[in-house]
Design a protein around this ligand. Sequence first.
Ligand SMILES: Cc1cc2nc3c(=O)[nH]c(=O)nc-3n(C[C@H](O)[C@H](O)[C@H](O)COP(=O)(O)O)c2cc1C
Length: 201
Amino acid sequence: MKTVDAIRSRRAVKHFDANHRMTEDEINEFLSLAVLSPTAFNIQNWRYVMVTDPALRTQIREVAWGQAQVTDASLFFILCADLKSWEKQPDRYWKNASKDVQDFMLPAIDDYYRGKDQVQRDEAMRSCGITAQTLMLTAKSMGYDSCPMDGFDFEKVAELINLPDDHVIAMFVAIGKSTKEAWPRGGQLALDEVVIKNRFS
Ligand SMILES: Cc1cc2nc3c(=O)[nH]c(=O)nc-3n(C[C@H](O)[C@H](O)[C@H](O)COP(=O)(O)O)c2cc1C
């Protein structure tokens, strides 16, 4: 499938076949493509909590407005980010680069994030949003559907998955075989409302 076709046909699906199982190879394909998603300074701050335990899925569904995607998806990710990945052995993110690049990047990373809580959090959300789209487009190209989700109690989900203090939850991505068409598109805004030429008036 062409990327543009995956973009056009991706929809937020609410109903998945609860009996469908993915193969290990398929799951590995999802994960290995997801981690090719770009992150600022290559800090790779996303963390993919893959929930396979049916009992935990049921508990998460209870704090996610009862949404069926949580229990019925073949693959269910809680996309989290490590807010402090930028300071955890950052040389790992540039280990294959030349010394010149490393000498530039490592101080630049520190300078960009240290002491800037909002920047760290914004970066978490940017990275997770991008990798969510990678997962959803991968799903389409592999014959699956998906649903991005933030309809849940973030604090309760954090407790259920033992989220570390220096991590945040961005969203869920549920992936599986759809059993019902997505709702008709809600309606896109006109381009002249959402595209701003050069600057806001
Ligand atoms: C961050 C985010 C959170 C969302 N949360 C939910 C959710 O909790 N449950 C749900 O059914 N759909 C959820 N959606 C799906 C949106 O309603 C859907 O993407 C939007 O209506 C556009 O439809 P489309 O994705 O089918 O084009 C969410 C989408 C995004 C991007």
